[in-house]
Design a protein around this ligand. Sequence first.
Ligand code: GLN
Length: 196
Amino acid sequence: MARPRAGVLALQGDVREHLRVLTLLGAEAVPVRTPAELASVDGLVVPGGESSVIDKLSRAFGLFQPLRERIAERMPVYGTCAGLILLADRITDGAPGQQTFGGIDVTVQRNAFGGQVDSFETDLDVPALGDRPVHAVFIRAPRVTQAGPGVEPLATLEDGSVVAVRQGTLLGTAFHPEMTGEHRFHALLLELMRAA
Ligand code: GLN
């Protein structure tokens, strides 16, 4: 794959920032709003935003089932914040009727650190990405409260909260690397796409 074609699910949320990072890394970055657009990409970012809204819109746009199928076929996907919630097999504190695409064998607690005013930034060790810490921004962020045996925790806060995970070709972070010039998670996604 000379130039991987990377989609960003573009129903709601901070789509443009992810398109920018993927383009900077040399991918052909495209917004995904239809099943045909989804079928055309080699991998996908599910952005931050509001997971219950992205869930509803994905069903309205006929993307919910096709997304579940692509995930089951092991398409590489990276979910940030709301995106992590959408990739979780189980969630707590969801909106009424909220569903997820699933794929990562974790339980994720929505809004685990409080509301907008409780947003915070911190430097995180992420050994899988090398020695340089990740500067992470948490905005109404979720946390992983339970993980199955196939899940690799990539980063943990001082209080023990797991905030980044990987399972096979799926990556999820509770924070927003696209907002702080941190490109290594997106680079890892592109690596998984090239290896697929
Ligand atoms: N709290 C939001 C949700 O439940 C996620 C916030 C974010 O993506 N920054 O989807």
